[in-house]
Design a protein around this ligand. Structure first.
Ligand code: ZN
Length: 162
C-alpha cells in the first residue's frame, strides 16, 4: 500500500545539512515509526512521504522554513552556568551545544562565549537557517490500529511505547 492518512510507516533515514556531513542516522539502529497525517514528523518530510511505498528509496530536501526555521537575529542570551540543563563533559567552549531550561522545556542553544559563572548562548536551533536533506528508505507501510488512531501516534518499536 501507498502512504496516505492513517498509514503507519517504518523507515530508515539519514539526515544531513545540504552539502554537509551526516548528522543523524537510524541505520544500524531501530528504524523510525510514525502515523501519517498527524504532524508527528516535520511537515516537509511528511509531505515528501505521501504516496511512497514499501521499498522506496528517495531523498527529500527541506528549505529552512520547512525544517528548523529561519535564523533569528538578536537570539543571544546570557545565562548562568548552573541553569544549563545539560552540557558536554569537560570545559565549555564556543560552538558547543547545550540545553537550556525554558518554560516550554529544554531547548538547544549554541555556546558563543564562556565566562566564569555565565555563558552567552545563541538560542537559534543549530540547524536554523539551513537546508537539510533526508535520505529515506521505506521499510513497511500498514494501516493504523484503532488504538493508534485514537492516540494519534504509532505504537511499537521506534514509535510510542506505553
Ligand atoms: Zn498511544
Amino acid at each position: 500500500m501507498n502512504i496516505e492518512k492513517n498509514s503507519v510507516v517504518s523507515f530508515h533515514y539519514r539526515l544531513s545539512e545540504v552539502g554537509g556531513e551526516e548528522l543523524e542516522s537510524t541505520h544500524g539502529d531501530e528504524p523510525s515509526l510514525y502515523l501519517h497525517g498527524y504532524q508527528n514528523i516535520m511537515p516537509g518530510l511528511e509531505q515528501a512521504m505521501l504516496s511512497k511505498a514499501e521499498g522506496d528509496i528517495f531523498s527529500a530536501t527541506l528549505a529552512p522554513a520547512q525544517a528548523y526555521g529561519e535564523r533569528r537575529e538578536n537570539a543571544k542570551q546570557r545565562v548562568s552556568l548552573k541553569h544549563l540543563a545539560n552540557k558536554p563533559k569537560g570545559k565549555l567552549k564556543p560552538g558547543d551545544i547545550v540545553g537550556l531550561n525554558t518554560a516550554e522545556g529544554v531547548k538547544q542553544a549554541t555556546v558563543v562565549k564562556v565566562g566564569l559563572k555565565n555563558v552567552d548562548v545563541d538560542n537559534n536551533h543549530p540547524l536554523a537557517g539551513k537546508s537539510i536533506q533526508f535520505d529515506i528508505e521505506i521499510l513497511s507501510v500498514r494501516e493504523a490500529s484503532g488504538e493508534e488512531l485514537e492516540h494519534g501516534h504509532a505504537h511499537g518499536v521506534g514509535g510510542h511505547q506505553h
